[in-house]
Design a protein around this ligand. Structure first.
Ligand SMILES: [Zn+2]
Length: 164
């Protein structure tokens, strides 16, 4: 009877707020893990680690780093490539604008919170764009973020979230 409105001192608004509450963080993360697992299984990989070690990913990754050698956020030499999506077409390299080259520090910054928790993919992407947009308009990072968000309908939810 804890959530009952009858005899509750919390009132209707509070109850509504409770039911509207977003999915707990660990469940959101689990969703991404499942989506990624499904994509990879469909592609014939038994794990994400296996995919990361594959010739296929190495080729996509080096092509990206060759074409865009500088970290999209800070401009130092990029050494890693972040997936902004785990759908199959991105994993096979069919949507290059859903990949972004980063240096190790920036990659860690967007994926791990200051408390050492791993962000969900969506949260990591939001933070990535927020960092880029926090810079001046004429910087490479700002221009990359604008271009990337506009190029692909897949980013519509992020665009809405950031009001851009
Ligand atoms: Zn960087």
């Amino acid at each position: 009877m804890k959530n009952s409105i009858v005899g509750s001192s919390e009132g209707w608004d509070n109850l509504k707020r409770k039911t509207k509450r977003k999915k707990p963080k660990h469940k959101v993360k689990a969703c991404y893990a499942i989506a990624r697992k499904n994509s990879l299984e469909w592609m014939g990989y038994s794990s994400y680690q296996g995919y990361l070690r594959s010739e296929e990913w190495r080729r996509i990754r080096s092509a990206r780093l060759e074409k865009h050698p500088d970290c999209a956020l800070c401009g130092v030499k990029a050494t890693q490539v972040h997936h902004m999506s785990y759908d199959p077409i991105t994993l096979v390299g069919g949507k290059p604008n859903r990949l972004v080259q980063l240096c190790g520090l920036c990659h860690e910054k967007i994926e791990i919170t200051p408390d050492g928790e791993k962000r969900s993919l969506y949260q990591a992407n939001i933070f990535l764009f927020q960092l880029a947009f926090s810079q001046d308009r004429w910087t490479k990072a700002y221009r990359w973020a604008t271009r990337t968000l506009l190029k692909d309908k897949w980013f519509a939810n992020i665009r809405r979230y950031l009001n851009r």
